[in-house]
Ligand binder design. Sequence first.
Ligand code: ADP
Ligand code: MG
Length: 321
Amino acid sequence: MLGEFDLINKFFKFATSSRSDVLLGIGDDCALLNIPDGQQLAITTDTLVSGTHFPENLDAASIGYKALSVNLSDLAAMGAEPACVTLCLTVPKIDTDWLSKFMQGFLELAKQYGVQLIGGDTTEGPLSISVQAYGFIPEGKALKRSRARVGDTVFVSGTLGDAGLALKENKEIKFSKSSLHFLMSRLNRPSPRIELGIALRFFNASAIDISDGLCKDLNHICEESKKGMTIHLQLIPLSSELKKYIRETGDWTLPLSAGDDYELAFTISPDLKDKFLRQTKELSIPVTEIGIVNEGKRVNVIDTDGLSLEIMDGYEHFKKK
Ligand code: ADP
Ligand code: MG
């Protein structure tokens, strides 16, 4: 049996990489962090509870990956460059095999972005993972939700509804093995859009990450900016899997209302649009224009016949007016 000290050293302290701006990492009562000149510290936290945010039988590496990913996604949506994280882990028992796989998934993503694990807490109880993430943003460049202006273009990254489709039990639609793999990885191993968030700093953008569904999350930008938006259904970017699902079911709720995609939705003023599109092309970041910001209060979705859809509760249902 590993003692607590050995456990912390093996799985956390010596497993993580080290950064020059971290003066003191794991092992003392607090970690110490140097904030570079001219930068602001962005802080976010998110908890994943077994059975609520992921199925109890999900593999440990995916749980570790996702627990970090959803937090890095919040940093991305603010335009922050990730720097370090803390990890509060509640586990039913100390199972070193499980812990090793969990940390493998967690550190795989941490290493990709040069993120250092600087502390945390380990307790016994029902499985739950709480991560706090810290990132840096040049002063005044945060992608606040309150920044949308009338006439701005509304964009989203990637494709929408894939994680929602992975969650759905629809045995009537047959997908190939590679499609099923794609959908499950969209759900269990979402990629935070860090590079996009950083690129958006120079475009005076408002942004949000799509964790609860496109309409619900865009409505947060509308509320904070005191504006409305018109979104065109046929412009929403879809994977071939989602297109097949919609073709066979006629159900558009997933790209509009399903959560867990962790793509970014954002607004950019029209004069900066061409420059932005050139830059994202160079960086190979997929982005799509889906609508425009206007006077108003909420998101209005126009369907393929030009009719307005009424978003029922912004989460699961929508219907034609
Ligand atoms: P304290 O009693 O001072 O809170 P702990 O015994 O809880 O300290 O932890 C000792 C050290 O190990 C601390 O630096 C803490 O941040 C770190 N630590 C404990 N659990 C974790 C974890 N799950 N991930 C990362 N660091 C951890
Ligand atoms: Mg402690």
